[in-house]
Design a protein around this ligand. Sequence first.
Ligand SMILES: Cc1cc2nc3c(=O)[nH]c(=O)nc-3n(C[C@H](O)[C@H](O)[C@H](O)COP(=O)(O)OP(=O)(O)OC[C@H]3O[C@@H](n4cnc5c(N)ncnc54)[C@H](O)[C@@H]3O)c2cc1C
Length: 404
Amino acid sequence: MSDDWQSIDMANPTEEHKMLRSMLRDFVAEEVEPQALEYDREEKFNLDLFRKLGEYGLLGISVPEEYGGSGMDATAVAIVNEELSYSDPGLCLAYLAHAQLMVNNLAHNGNEAQKTRILPKVCSGEWVGCMAMSEPGYGTDVLGMQTTAKQREDGHWVINGRKMWITNGAVDEDGTPADICWLYARTGTDSKGRAEVTTFLIEKGMTGFAVGQKIYDKTGMRASNTAELVFDDCVVPSENVVGSVGDSMIHMMRNLEIERIGLAAMGLGIARRSLAAMNRYASEREAFGSEIRDFGQIQRHIGESWAEYRAMRAYVYDTARNTDLEKSGNRLDTDGVKLFGTTAAKNIADRAIQVMGGYGYVGEYTVERLWRDAKLLEIGGGTLESHQKNITRDLSRSPEKIEE
Ligand SMILES: Cc1cc2nc3c(=O)[nH]c(=O)nc-3n(C[C@H](O)[C@H](O)[C@H](O)COP(=O)(O)OP(=O)(O)OC[C@H]3O[C@@H](n4cnc5c(N)ncnc54)[C@H](O)[C@@H]3O)c2cc1C
């Protein structure tokens, strides 16, 4: 047995991970925190700051170095998301849509020509990416998707349909679409009427690709742009098909695993910030002649939040450690950690508001924004109900997991 196993901190397992976290803490304090409140209020995406993430090697965090990435693992992805979300979950959602939903997917599933041509641009921040799976009428029921792709005689594909709720779908207020969109479309139908799904790389400027609308007035994540995308006889060359036709379920499922870890890690950042805020305030605020931290009901808010935060931290980094970005196979825990971590984050932000009273309820004190942002984590990347369904199904197939 190795004698140093007790000294391993799962959240910072190597020197490289520690340095990444420390670099991010400085970057977040200097560059992210000062703009977070304003961009949330104005419902605007900070594109310049987003591009800066590329200068720090964060946009291609899980991409091999030969394509312009940083060649790091799922633990590094969790670290970046946790640290960015400590300050600005909205910016982090835009980052996740690009780095985890589009870039990581291409790095692990694209062919050599696609990777060589596109990865350097998305790793540097020259191009902004998005991933389009959901539709106006189909979210959880993803294989009901109605966006179709048909191949013409000249080999090109023609895409028709609409995608909804696409983070980074529009990059500004003028309806400029993302530079590159990882699109899932129906290229066939199986005997049960379910979609056979194929991935297409859609590039800005392709005929028939446009932003339908930017979606305003979201509860939270207002510093990220969410858009409807329209494909109207959109013509795509065959070299922009990823993998084999009809075979995209494999990489869709594989990439959902890192997405869920990423979203749970965002919850962790929200939880840590909320806990720090309520803990500090409980000493500063006095009522009835004592600090409010002396009251049993306030102690319950702080005590429960600490315990949940610590449980989240262990589960997020244990799941990240066990997730190989090259393979799928960790659905049970990626569903589990998102199910637990997102609601825990929302509850901890909620308690922070409660502890801080009226101050907690206004933007300047941050926790109300974190609470609004946390709610999205229970919906995006799979609803709580979808995680419950997947976990129950997986445990019926593999009950031995419980006894491991
Ligand atoms: C801010 C934001 C950003 C997003 N970004 C993206 C993105 O970048 N790309 C993208 O493709 N999508 C994105 N989404 C879409 C998101 O993934 C979907 O909203 C989510 O998957 C749920 O789909 P839906 O909204 O259609 O709800 P539905 O699937 O219609 O669900 C409605 C309700 O029914 C429940 N339900 C559905 N099926 C079942 C079932 N079998 N059993 C039990 N309950 C069920 C759900 O859990 C939910 O409570 C984003 C959404 C938001 C709000």
